[in-house]
Write a protein that binds this ligand. Structure first.
Ligand code: NAP
Length: 323
């Protein structure tokens, strides 16, 4: 057994920058009585948590029964539910991991590209805010954002920026289907002013029995790559995403906790990127996202260390991670 308090390197610097916050509609939809959430991803990890959060907060919600790529089924959902906001936690994520997407490109495009854009489009037709759980795994440390510098990628950064020109990134953008698929989707969704894109990364939750929980996953690996990365504490940030809907926030948001955490008591066997590359198909992303925009909108948001202690370590004091 490994102590869940021990481990790794979390990282996400705080650098103050200027930005404007996009909001749809004049006023935020404050009271629960005016809210009626439609959620896609009923059987999924994030979608499942969203339903529980709505139930706990007394927010009326319904899971969408349509398939994302089937426009008529989405329209039917909107007609019957008449939602105030739509949440997209549906997507092909790959089992046992994201490498599956590399060998199932059409299935992946159908849901993650065609489906996501179709949902954004039907929501736009009705003036509905779509909260879209997307990915922040689209960047790699580079000369403008060197590892350990505290200079994280901002919301306005895209992989096509001239600064993203390391050989590894060029390799990725040329060869990685998995990574590549996210870039045009985020870029295309920018044109939809009703969409709130949340760049999720390496999600962690209090449920340490879930093999997709980053803590559970990494403690089961024989060797790990010890590169700092920004991560998302779902127990803290998913409630924030519900609040983002209430405030009608749109645009792109780095959806990770700020700060860093290194536990010196954890020991692990190192794995170089080259060694890792031999056992994976889709290249994995290592980056730091700048969480300033989210922190400014939600000053109560905890640092990664505080969030881990409050939402993961404390509730799991007696939980063993079975290897
Ligand atoms: N960057 C990261 O590290 C990271 C990590 C996790 C999540 N995310 C983002 O968060 C999203 C949700 O993640 P998750 O971990 O909760 O995923 P998950 O557990 O794999 O769940 C995916 C959900 O999507 C549904 N789905 C798949 N294809 C669909 C389609 N064509 N139409 C309608 N529903 C469909 C699945 O339902 P069925 O079983 O019925 O198909 C399932 O409920 C991901 O898509 C991704 O964008 C990012």
């Amino acid at each position: 057994m490994r102590d869940p308090n021990s481990l790794f390197l979390f990282f996400a610097g705080e650098i103050f920058n200027q930005f404007t916050t996009e909001r749809m509609g004049a006023e935020a939809n404050g009271s629960s009585s005016s809210l009626n959430f439609l959620i896609y991803g009923r059987t999924g990890w994030i979608g499942g948590i969203l339903g529980k959060l709505c139930a706990a907060q007394g927010i009326p919600y319904t899971y969408g029964s349509g398939r994302l790529e089937d426009r008529r089924s989405l329209v039917a959902d909107l007609d019957s539910v008449k939602p105030s906001h739509v949440f997209n936690a549906a997507g092909v994520t790959g089992r046992p991991n994201v490498d599956w997407c590399e060998s199932h490109k059409v299935e992946t495009i159908r849901t993650n590209v065609v489906g996501t854009l179709t949902l954004a489009d039907v929501c736009k037709e009705r003036g509905l805010v779509l909260i879209n759980y997307a990915t922040g795994c689209i960047f790699e440390y580079d000369s403008g954002h060197p590892l350990g510098s505290g200079l994280g990628f901002k919301e306005e950064d895209t992989l096509t920026s001239p600064v993203h020109s390391t050989p590894r990134q060029r390799l990725w953008s040329e060869s990685s289907f998995t990574l590549h698929r996210f870039i045009p989707v985020e870029e295309l969704l920018k044109n939809y002013e009703n969409v709130c894109t949340l760049r999720v990364r390496m999600p962690i939750s209090s449920d340490l029995s879930n093999p997709r929980n980053f803590i559970t996953k990494i403690t089961r690996y024989e060797k790990v790559v010890d590169i700092p990365n920004s991560m998302t504490i779902l127990d803290e940030l998913l409630p924030i995403s519900l609040e983002m809907a209430k405030r009608n926030l749109t645009g792109i948001w780095n959806f990770t906790n700020p700060g860093e955490f290194v536990d010196p008591s954890f020991t692990w066997k190192n794995f170089t990127l080259e060694e890792q590359a031999k056992v994976i198909v889709a290249p994995r992303s290592n980056n730091e996202l700048d969480a300033t925009k989210l922190k400014t909108e939600f000053p109560e948001m905890l640092s990664i260390k505080e969030s881990l202690v409050k939402f993961v370590f404390e509730p799991n004091k007696k939980t063993e991670i079975k290897g």
